[in-house]
Each structure stands twice: as structure tokens, then as C-alpha cells.
Design a protein around this ligand. Structure first.
Ligand code: HEM
Length: 215
């Protein structure tokens, strides 16, 4: 939801969250402070920020609220040409940014592919990936759990499912990271330029009929 009004108390926490290296590195004390000060907060950036369980649960279930991708991406500080660019044109089609009945229909299709039985079938593969990732760090007797396990695990699972060649997994990760960088509320021009390139490269890659052959 966007509009024009004055920010309530707690906007300094929002600023620190999005604009400072400390806030990026450890956002949780700032979420906590904002929840204490104003759990349903109108920010100077032009959107509501909900940090309490109750507010989030009510907003997510409210029939009066809808997803507004264009409104969200047109906030203060963003380049006005953003929405005509490849990365955003593609994101506007994502299920998470669509409303019923589109989102219901698309989610129904995804649900068929990710049935309980199918995910159970993946279990041995996932377990073997986890074991390999842990084994790779045993010599050092320590691991950085996010970098060494949480990032590569979903990447290895999804690239295997999509039939991407092993040699392209680093590239796939780079595309995912470049595109994910544009999920921030304010995006610098060089960040969206990189995301455009990655989106186009990813789309071209997955459109290739031969990509499964080398999997
Ligand atoms: C680095 C790896 C991954 C990336 C970058 C990624 C990215 C995404 C993105 C961008 C969406 C939103 C799509 C949309 O709204 O249209 C999505 C949705 C989804 N992903 Fe992944 N994903 C990854 C790994 C996985 C894995 C490993 C699984 C399961 C085995 C998975 C299952 C799903 C499902 C079920 C949805 C649909 C959620 C919904 O109903 O909205 N993803 N993913």
C-alpha cells in the first residue's frame, strides 16, 4: 500500500535497516525496536511496514488488501524507467506478486509439481547433497552455515531438478543473486542493470532445448 502521509515514530529504525551496513548485517535488533515503537508503521519511503505477528496475519488474510507490484516498485528513490526493464517486467509475472484468480491458478500448477510424494522422492538426493556439503568442510572442522550450506543446498537441488549442467551452477547462483538484489525497496541503477543482464541470460538459458542433455 502506498500514498503520502507523515511517517510515525520509529522511522530512524527503518532508515538504519535499509541504509546502513550495520542494519544489513544484523537487522533483528532493528526489527525488534521498530515493533516496540510502531508495529504498523508508515515509512518515509512511502510504504507500510508491519513487524508484529498480529498485524502481518491480519494483513495477509484481509480481502481489502491486494499485491501491487507496480506501486511497490514505483516508490521514492527508484528510477522511474525501472518497470519497463527486463528484470522487473519478468518479476511482475511472479506468482508472489499476482492476485487471485491468477495466483490461485498458478499456485495450483506449482502444487502439482511439488506434491508431498515428489518431495519425499527428492529426500535421498537432498540428504546426499547435505552430507557432501558438510564433508567438504570437515577438514577445517568449522563451517559458515549460511555460505557453505544454506546457499548451495537449494541451488543444487533446484538446478538438478531443472536439468542445468553442473558447470553452469555458479552462473545460476550469480543470476539468482543479481535478481534477488532487486527485491530491495530502493535499487541503485547499476544493480538493476546487472539484474537485467542476468534475467535475460537466465531466460535464454532455460529456453535452450538442449540444456537437459548434459545434466
Ligand atoms: C537458489 C535456489 C532457488 C531460487 C533462486 C528460487 C527462486 C524462487 C522464486 C523467485 C520464486 C517465486 C516465483 C513466483 O512467485 O512466481 C520461487 C518459488 C517457489 N520455489 Fe524456489 N527457488 C530456489 C530453490 C527452490 C527449491 C530447492 C525448491 C523445492 C525443492 C523450490 C520450490 C519453490 C516453490 C514450491 C515455489 C512456489 C511458491 C509459491 O507457491 O508461491 N525452490 N522460487
Amino acid at each position: 500500500m502506498t500514498g503520502s502521509r507523515s511517517p510515525g515514530p520509529g522511522d530512524e529504525h527503518v532508515f538504519a535497516l535499509f541504509m546502513t551496513p550495520e542494519g544489513r548485517a544484523d537487522p533483528f535488533p532493528l526489527y525488534h525496536a521498530l515493533r516496540e515503537a510502531d508495529p504498523v508503521h508508515w515509512t518515509a519511503l512511502g510504504f507500510w511496514m508491519l513487524t508484529g505477528w498480529e498485524g502481518c496475519a491480519r494483513a495477509l488474510r484481509s480481502p481489502a488488501l491486494a499485491r501491487d507490484f507496480v506501486g511497490m516498485r514505483s516508490l521514492t528513490g527508484n528510477d522511474p524507467s525501472l518497470l519497463s526493464r527486463p528484470c522487473y517486467a519478468s518479476q511482475a509475472q511472479w506468482i508472489v506478486y499476482r492476485n487471485p484468480p491468477d495466483s490461485t491458478r498458478l499456485r495450483g500448477l506449482v502444487k502439482q509439481a511439488f506434491s508431498h510424494a515428489f518431495v519425499q522422492e527428492l529426500r535421498p538426493q537432498m540428504e546426499s547433497i547435505v552430507a557432501d556439503l558438510i564433508d567438504a568442510r570437515t577438514g577445517e572442522r568449522q563451517m559458515e552455515v549460511i555460505e557453505d550450506l544454506a546457499y548451495p543446498l537449494p541451488l543444487l537441488v533446484i538446478t538438478r531438478m531443472l536439468g542445468a549442467e553442473t558447470a553452469n551452477r555458479d552462473l545460476f547462483r550469480q543470476w539468482a543473486m543479481d535478481i534477488a538484489a532487486t527485491l530491495e525497496p530502493i535499487v541503485a541503477p547499476e544493480v538493476s542493470a546487472r539484474a537485467d543482464e542476468s534475467m535475460l541470460a537466465a531466460e535464454a538459458y532455460f529456453a535452450r532445448p538442449d540444456r537437459r542433455e548434459a545434466a
